[in-house]
Design a protein around this ligand. Structure first.
Ligand code: ARG
Length: 251
């Protein structure tokens, strides 16, 4: 009799396990699609090519993650400071935007494992007297709205000294026109902007070091887990390195 009960229990447990397998959890807002939000003004992480397609490191990593998860990737371009609200509201599944992990943002969203390092650098005109972050006191600093450059500079130098722009390129244009004294932005976009504008340089002394990660809703642990697994696979098999070195050439 005992044996029979044990068998019955085993069968019941197997049935449970199978039921678990068969139930297809929908972990994205649109079944079969990973909807990614970004702000495509941030080369080489995300920007638009001649055809208006969004390309860059984040777009390709997201595509590779989606492929690992058997999902189609859809990209929604929006303002940088709309990304976290969009993740929270569930209008996108994930934000991939060279986004820095900060404690404050962690209160609103969950971050994936980090996949890149960022550095906030200072862009100045070639003949500027500004030589290090210490010289920024009382200077007009251009930033992209809602970025860590914006948040840290507002804290350190006061809101009245920080001029917000919709994107980094606009801040850099303002710098070339003398409307601000410097621009604080992530190092890789900074290199791109300095290359495409005459008479600018990046200071050797940087302003802040950071880590980039993707943001997902605090209510979607299942997606976070899957994204992290996919990212681990892509780190281990060299795919992430391959994507990064396609866009960032060693100097
Ligand atoms: N790393 C900075 C931050 O998280 C800037 C990111 C800006 N990204 C963008 N796609 N425009 O605040």
């Amino acid at each position: 009799m005992k044996k029979f009960l044990a068998l019955l229990l085993a069968v019941a447990m197997m049935a449970f396990a199978f039921a678990g397998c068969g139930k297809k959890e929908n972990i994205t807002i649109t079944e079969g699609t990973l909807t990614m939000g970004t702000n495509a003004t941030f080369p080489p992480y995300e920007y638009t090519d001649e055809n208006g397609d969004i390309i860059g490191i984040d777009a390709e990593i997201a595509a590779a993650v989606a492929e690992e998860l058997g999902l189609k990737l859809e990209i929604k371009d929006m303002e940088f400071d709309s990304l976290i609200p969009a993740v929270q509201a569930g209008s996108i599944d994930i934000a991939f935007a060279g986004m820095t992990v900060t404690d404050e943002r962690k209160e609103s969203v969950d971050f994936s494992d980090t996949y890149a390092k960022g550095v906030q650098v200072i862009i100045v005109p070639e003949d500027s007297k500004i030589a290090s972050p210490d010289d920024l006191v009382g200077k007009k600093i251009g930033v992209q709205t809602g970025t860590t450059g914006d948040i840290y500079c507002t804290d350190d130098f006061g809101q009245e000294n920080v001029k917000q722009f919709n994107n980094g390129a606009l801040a850099v244009t303002a710098l070339t026109q003398g409307q601000v004294d410097c621009v604080i932005i992530d190092n890789e976009p900074a290199k791109n902007f300095v290359k495409s504008n005459e008479g600018l340089k990046i200071l050797e002394t940087s302003y802040a070091d950071e880590d980039y990660a993707a943001a997902v809703s605090k209510e979607n642990n299942e997606l976070l887990k899957k994204v992290n697994e996919a990212m681990k696979t892509l780190k281990d098999n060299g795919k992430i390195d391959e994507i990064v070195s396609k866009y960032i050439k060693a100097e």
